[in-house]
Design a protein around this ligand. Structure first.
Ligand code: UDP
Length: 327
């Protein structure tokens, strides 16, 4: 059985990837510092606690498990925080990834699937966002991810580190079996915040900006079900194992929904009102981020069938009611 090193395997997306890897016959080895992840979410393979910037620990892990590939999820990922504390983002995301790739090269593990983001594109009005769109991030989160993409390009040229880069749009939903799901402390993402507000776990959702140049004045995002997203990672592993060249893929559906539309669907699905207040724009937010590419479909055979708003909210709601993790 092949070992796959999953950095950030205790986090939201990483834990879903571990389940999918286990189901596909791999052994996912989670490497996570638990800064934002949960040991309770590591259920599908071994857990090794450690930091991406700890080179000695990484060397031990590569020697002990001899992974055939890395799925590199571990990162800080909040736009707002990245604007307030950019140094954290450059340290964790960029210096951490650099250390990981150096250890991987030395260990001869030369296949990486990297979680990048549509935030690398920035705010480009009336531009169809495909993989060749210019990367002009407007927040430190997107900037840090763009920098890691550059490291990968240089490491491939110098050391043959082959990679698939996935630029995620907005990931949502949960494992339909509700074994794992999205749980951040503090929570900053739209759908779990809406569900918290519905359940009375917080006073009200604050809508960040109602004066954007969009049909209802709120920001538009392209939401992808986490199960579809991790499916793409399995296809990315196959892509590398079939000796295809390194490649970048957007992971979005091409459909955009405004904050108000998401709130309305959540109200309809749960049968409850969404308490909300209107607030100012959040620094670093783009007006609209919607994928304009079908490359993942045509080249990887990816089809994000679960990524309807109803299914994402419905699965998130089921998980939300089933429980959460404990430190
Ligand atoms: N959003 C909001 N209120 C919140 C959190 C998010 O209005 O409390 C909006 C945010 O401005 C963005 C969308 O919801 O337009 C998605 O934000 P999220 O933080 O979930 O993901 P991001 O797009 O930042 O990766």
């Amino acid at each position: 059985m092949q070992n796959i090193l999953v950095t950030g395997g205790a986090g939201y997306i990483g834990s879903h990837a571990c389940k999918a890897l286990r189901d596909a016959g791999y052994t996912p080895v989670t490497y996570d510092n638990l800064s934002t992840g949960w040991e309770d979410a590591v259920k599908f393979g071994p857990f090794e606690q450690g930091d991406l910037t700890d080179r000695d620990r990484l060397d031990q892990i590569f020697a002990a498990y001899q992974p055939s590939a890395i799925l590199h999820f571990a990162a800080l990922s909040q736009v707002g925080e990245s604007m307030r504390e950019p140094g954290l983002y450059w340290h964790n995301n960029v210096a951490g990834s650099l250390t990981l790739f150096q250890a991987a090269v030395q260990a001869g593990c030369l296949n990486v699937v990297f979680s990048s983001t549509c935030a690398t594109y920035g705010d480009q009005d009336n531009v169809v966002l495909d993989e060749s769109s210019p990367r002009q991030p407007i927040n430190a989160y997107g900037g840090s991810k763009r920098a890691v993409e550059e490291i990968l390009r240089d490491f491939e040229a110098a050391y043959g580190l082959r990679h698939v880069i996935f630029r995620y749009f907005n990931v949502a939903g949960a494992d339909p079996e509700a074994e794992i799901g999205e749980f951040h402390q503090p929570e900053t993402h739209l759908i779990p915040l809406i569900l918290d507000a519905i359940e009375g776990k917080r006073d009200a959702l604050t809508v960040f900006g109602t004066d954007y140049d969009t049909p209802d004045g709120t920001c538009i995002r392209d939401y992808v079900h986490v199960m579809d997203l991790v499916e793409a990672h399995l296809l990315g592993l196959d892509w590398l194992q079939a000796d295809n060249p390194s490649r970048v893929f957007n992971l979005g559906t091409g459909c955009g929904f405004s904050v108000r539309e998401v709130m309305d669907r959540a109200a309809a699905i749960t049968g409850r009102e969404v308490p909300f207040v209107e607030g100012p724009r959040r620094p670093g937010d783009c007006r609209k981020l919607v994928s304009g590419s079908s490359r993942a479909a045509t080249e990887l055979g990816w089809s994000p069938d679960r990524s309807t708003l109803d299914r994402m909210i419905g699965d998130a709601w089921r998980w939300h009611q089933a429980g959460h993790y404990e430190k």
